[in-house]
Design a protein around this ligand. Structure first.
Ligand SMILES: Cc1cc2nc3c(=O)[nH]c(=O)nc-3n(C[C@H](O)[C@H](O)[C@H](O)COP(=O)(O)OP(=O)(O)OC[C@H]3O[C@@H](n4cnc5c(N)ncnc54)[C@H](O)[C@@H]3O)c2cc1C
Length: 373
């Protein structure tokens, strides 16, 4: 068993502990708080955080260092995040797992082979060790860490003892891009990802276009919301969401019903989709025009009056996602958990800029209308 003990002097420790516990519980961590002491369980790790004088004391134990670091990071990063502003708060640790280490969910992937799916889509087969935590349909996407071309020793991400990412040299720092696990076999250590080979290729598409056996990238996650149980499924997607839709279709029960609207550039962009008999697949073609037709297609759906039995999943370019979201807001009565409408990329913007705009828009939307879409 590995153990580590931490201490942080801070004002208002009871309130801080309650806030950290509420946040961790909201994110699915098992937490029991009583009499200013919290028992916290994350995976194989167990922690106790308690009020001690003017501050908090923490103890974490786990059978392996990865689990120990994950829970220590979860506790420390939130203690520091929620500590009262204005005063520098320092959390110190002693015991096992000292020093910097890769984030607990980070792994390396080695390219094993590639496969051309369509003129603009390439599947890459990777091999990795200890991939078990990626094998879930509840969270489908991952962050890929793509080293700058020609860099022999990439600066992979490192975390300090408090779960904060360490600043890495810019010239060796990998670019981070979100992709979907198309298939995974944890026993064999195989993982496949389908990449769109788009014009104006950024690090993601450029890596996919040139990947060769032996190339190494990083992966962390998984994240996002995945497949939900529903009476009926409606999937809307362009090429970027096809890997997720294909994977979800394969996991649906045989008697599932619903529809898929999949948009690609032209007929050559179609891919075989293995869907249950009750799920119809319609292909849409952008043709010579770049504008997505998905939002118009969504308008044509005769939406059931009472939405709750339907799971709507949409992923596409930003402008189309915006239109679908606005239409869904007007037409659906379902709860937030029953649909997911996501902008997977934004015309004219690299992922970093797209992500920061998305964050600003989400903050703006939450301030203007706290009701979920
Ligand atoms: C949760 C999630 C899961 C995703 N899963 C997948 C997946 O499995 N497979 C996949 O291929 N993509 C997927 N994407 C989309 C992918 O992350 C983006 O397309 C990303 O921008 C690609 O990175 P890049 O480095 O190639 O281009 P960037 O550096 O981000 O952008 C460079 C330029 O290319 C343009 N561009 C980016 N993507 C496209 C595109 N698809 N078509 C045309 N132009 C584009 C941008 O507008 C920009 O002008 C996913 C996105 C999210 C959010």
């Amino acid at each position: 068993m590995f153990t580590t003990r931490g201490h942080v002097p801070v004002s208002g420790p009871s309130r801080l502990l309650a806030r950290v516990c509420a946040h961790l519980a909201d994110h699915g961590v098992s937490v029991a708080l009583a009499n200013d002491a919290a028992q916290i369980v994350l995976g194989a790790a167990h922690g106790c955080v308690r009020v001690a004088g003017v501050g908090l004391e923490a103890m974490v134990s786990a059978p392996d260092l990865g689990a120990l670091r994950a829970l220590r990071a979860a506790i420390a990063s939130h203690v520091l995040e929620f500590a009262p502003p204005g005063v520098e708060v320092v959390m110190t640790w002693e015991g096992d797992g000292a020093g910097e280490a890769p984030p607990p969910d980070f792994r390396l992937l080695t390219v094993m082979g590639t496969q051309t799916l369509t003129p603009h889509m390439r599947r890459i087969h990777f091999h990795g060790e200890d991939l078990g935590h990626f094998d879930t349909l509840d969270a489908l996407h991952v962050r890929l860490f793509i080293p700058p071309p020609g860099v022999a020793a990439p600066a992979w991400p490192l975390m300090d003892v408090n779960g904060r990412l360490v600043e890495q040299p810019a010239d060796r720092r990998p670019a981070i891009r979100k992709y979907t696990i198309r298939s995974i076999d944890t026993g064999a250590g195989d993982l496949a990802i389908d990449f769109v080979l788009h014009d104006d290729a950024g690090p993601g598409a450029a890596f996919a276009a040139t990947a060769r056996p032996g190339d190494v990238i990083g992966v962390a996650g998984p994240g996002g919301r995945g497949l939900r149980q529903a009476e009926r499924y409606v999937f809307l997607t362009d090429e970027t969401g096809l890997p997720a839709v294909a994977r979800m279709l394969e996991a649906l029960p045989d008697d599932a019903s619903g529809l898929v609207m999949a948009e690609v550039a032209d007929t050559a962009g179609r891919q075989p989709l293995k869907a249950p008999a009750g799920v119809t697949v319609t292909w849409l073609y952008r043709g010579g025009q770049n504008a997505s037709r998905l939002a118009d297609a969504f308008e044509t759906l005769a939406w059931p009056e009472d939405g709750p039995g339907v799971y709507l999943w949409a992923a596409c370019e930003h402008a189309a996602a915006r239109l679908i979201r606005a239409s869904a807001r007007a037409r659906l009565r379902s709860g937030r958990d029953q649909h997911l409408i996501v902008s997977y990329w934004r015309n004219g913007m690299a992922e970093e800029q797209h992500a920061s705009h998305k964050l600003q828009e989400q903050k703006g939307a939450a301030a203007a209308d706290p009701a979920p879409v």
